[in-house]
Design a protein around this ligand. Structure first.
Ligand code: SF4
Length: 314
């Protein structure tokens, strides 16, 4: 399968008064065409930074980035502008990501206006089409975002993201601010859009159940590094990394006869500022050995398509 997006050893460091923050520290991943890669991990693990790096809202410190097979790590401003039309982002809080003084119609039309390829009436038509695509009734055209509920506001953000026919979208916690019933509607909408337009998604969430529902494959992140990557079914059926196992043990199971024993994650969190050598999860890992505190585990393919970064699997 062709890769739509690929990163190789991608890094993003930030200088802080107390040292260098390793927000993303050598992430390699591939997302196939028309596939969804779910990125899961606790808040602060670097998943949002990774999403911003991939659509080049942030520059990387090191490593490389490919889109449609082309190296886009160091592209110039003109190429970046063209690329922006193919890559979009949907944010967690639909209210803060739209201008509250603009009507629904103006918000959706904004990228079309910037691109400046359509006439006024063509833009109007396109807005109407987009509203239909995301299931927003046309009577909301002149409405302001604060007059709508969270689900409809997120539909506006999705319509705006679709306006320029992107082929890749980073969805950064797009349903975590919504009620559970609305979450399902938005997830189903994203799935339908993928089927209809053949889009590729990077779907960021702290919620494993949400990621399981929407993703073809999953990457588990811990403090800026990828600790496990594989197909969704494989991750849930055969989790290998101790951190993944602990995360999965905390997902509630509907069957009261087959309840799982939750693995508590105890111990101190390693600081992402000037992190010490060794495994980032070592101070909290129930399986750690002396080696884990000295040597950083490299991500290896332990089974076809199943990558793990842990000394237990070497
Ligand atoms: S490398 Fe060691 S500390 Fe890290 S997850 Fe594996 S066993 Fe645990």
């Amino acid at each position: 399968m062709n890769s739509k997006v690929e990163t190789r050893d991608l890094k993003k460091y930030f200088q802080t008064p107390t040292g260098t923050l390793h927000a993303v520290d050598g992430v390699s991943l591939k997302i196939g065409e028309r596939q969804t890669l779910g990125v899961v991990g606790e808040s602060g693990c670097g998943k949002s930074t990774l999403g911003r790096l991939i659509i080049k809202l942030l520059g990387n410190t090191d490593g490389s980035l490919f889109f449609d097979g082309k190296d886009i790590t160091n592209i110039d401003k003109k190429e970046l502008r063209e690329l922006r039309w193919k890559m979009q982002m949907i944010f967690q809080d639909p209210y803060s990501s739209v201008n509250p003084r603009m009507t629904v119609s103006q918000i959706i039309a904004e990228p079309l206006k910037i691109q400046n390829k359509l006439t006024g009436s063509e833009r109007e038509e396109r807005v109407e089409e987009l509203m239909k695509t995301v299931g927003l009734d046309s009577r909301y055209r002149m409405t302001y975002p604060h007059e709508l509920d969270g689900g409809r506001r997120q539909r506006i953000s999705i319509a705006r993201a679709l306006a320029l026919n992107p082929s890749f979208i980073v969805c950064d916690e797009p349903v975590s601010a919504l009620d559970v019933s609305i979450q399902a509607q938005i997830l189903n909408l994203l799935k339908d859009l993928q089927d209809q337009f053949g889009m590729t998604f990077l779907f960021i969430s702290h919620n494993l159940a949400v990621v399981k529902y929407i993703s073809h494959s999953i990457m588990v992140m811990y403090l800026g590094v990828s600790v496990e990557q594989c197909q969704t079914e494989e991750l849930f059926g055969n989790p290998l990394h101790p951190y993944t196992r602990a995360l999965l043990s905390a997902v509630p199971v509907a069957d009261i006869h087959h309840q799982k024993k939750e693995i508590a994650i105890k111990g101190e969190l390693t600081s992402p500022i000037n992190p010490p050598p060794g495994c980032r999860f070592a101070p909290r890992c129930p399986c750690s050995s002396e080696r884990c505190f000295q040597e950083t585990p490299k991500q290896k393919e332990v089974k076809k398509g199943h990558l793990v970064a842990c000394h237990l699997y070497e």
